[in-house]
Design a protein around this ligand. Sequence first.
Ligand SMILES: Cc1cc2nc3c(=O)[nH]c(=O)nc-3n(C[C@H](O)[C@H](O)[C@H](O)COP(=O)(O)OP(=O)(O)OC[C@H]3O[C@@H](n4cnc5c(N)ncnc54)[C@H](O)[C@@H]3O)c2cc1C
Length: 381
Amino acid sequence: MDFGFSDDQIALRDSVRKFAEAELLPNYQRWDQQDGWLPKEFIDKIVSMGLLTLRLPEEYGGQGASFVDCGIVCEEIGRADHNIRYIISNAIHLGEMAPSMHPELRAEWIPRIAAGEQMSLAFTEPRGGADAGNIVTKAVKDGGDWLISGEKTSITFCGVSKVVFVSARTGGAGPRGLSFFLVPTDLPGVSKSEFKRMGQRIDRAGSFFFDEVRIPARNMIGEENTGFIWAMTIIGYNRNFVPLACIGAAQKSLEETIEYAKERQIMGKSMSKWQAVSTELAVAATKLDAARMLCYRALSLKDQGLRHDTESSMAKWWGVMVANEVLYTCMRLHGHYGWATSLPFEQRYRDCLGMESADGPREIHHGIIARDLLGRQHAPF
Ligand SMILES: Cc1cc2nc3c(=O)[nH]c(=O)nc-3n(C[C@H](O)[C@H](O)[C@H](O)COP(=O)(O)OP(=O)(O)OC[C@H]3O[C@@H](n4cnc5c(N)ncnc54)[C@H](O)[C@@H]3O)c2cc1C
């Protein structure tokens, strides 16, 4: 067993950390406090670091990075700005999509997304997101086209995305009747409405409405009725990027809290010398390390082409929970400063809390792990 990164991965981690600390961290709170979208010059910096083409195969102009490499990037970006990770991980999915895209679709959209135009992923519907196989948005064949109708909600980047990757029912009931389409958001019949959330305020989340949106057959990604496999492939590895970004934010907060505890005087001695405080720091460091290892184990299995569903579910629910616990501890140990909006702790906590639901609430992951433990016939689903 090898628990370390390779020399190349250490170099990747260091260069992304340097970039994130210089360019992202100083703006993290600024974006939260403004309405609107990120300035183009800012997105250009992310593009110029190659962060939007990480997993895109080299034949399509990308770097063909491994899943562990992508996890390293998500963790490092999460240390500086949890929300920018969302832009990067959505672009990581191009790696899985590109080979299955029609050549014309690839030629049009890959350069645009790689240049910083946003793509949304739309699975969740108003009736529920956890049960992703039972959606009602439908696509009906009409000559050589498809007509898509339905509603998707809680969609990150809804307000700014130029294209949306939509799951729709093309076959019978259940997960085997789904397909995926790439739908440009300026087509007739597409409308949207944005809403505010507690965290991730830059992400312009909202609902998409599709009213008989006409889509050429070439906009289907992959084969008809294989959409659920697609969704599970993408969500499967993404379940490690989500906690890693939260772990990055929590790790950064822990490092800041350690420095604060050394400086802050409590009843005549430094805060760090109170054992109640140093124990909390030790427990936080242990939890983060364990959570991080779960994520990289699952990503390493994925890189080896091995099953990683149970491992990814363990990483997702545990990693997000632990990161949020540590963020809360760091905020608390900073006293009233931790609660103030001048420091980033409250924002990190708000931003990461939503990750409890995104990519499946913990109950779904408990169900996946239980299915593995008990066998399908004794499992909840
Ligand atoms: C920050 C953020 C970003 C998001 N971005 C996107 C996006 O870009 N695209 C997208 O499609 N969706 C997105 N979502 C939606 C997300 O995928 C859903 O919130 C998630 O799938 C859960 O669906 P739901 O919220 O409708 O909860 P429901 O499915 O209604 O579940 C409600 C609650 O019921 C419980 N529950 C659910 N299933 C079970 C079960 N099997 N056993 C026991 N209890 C259960 C859980 O406590 C759960 O929280 C985002 C959500 C958040 C918070």
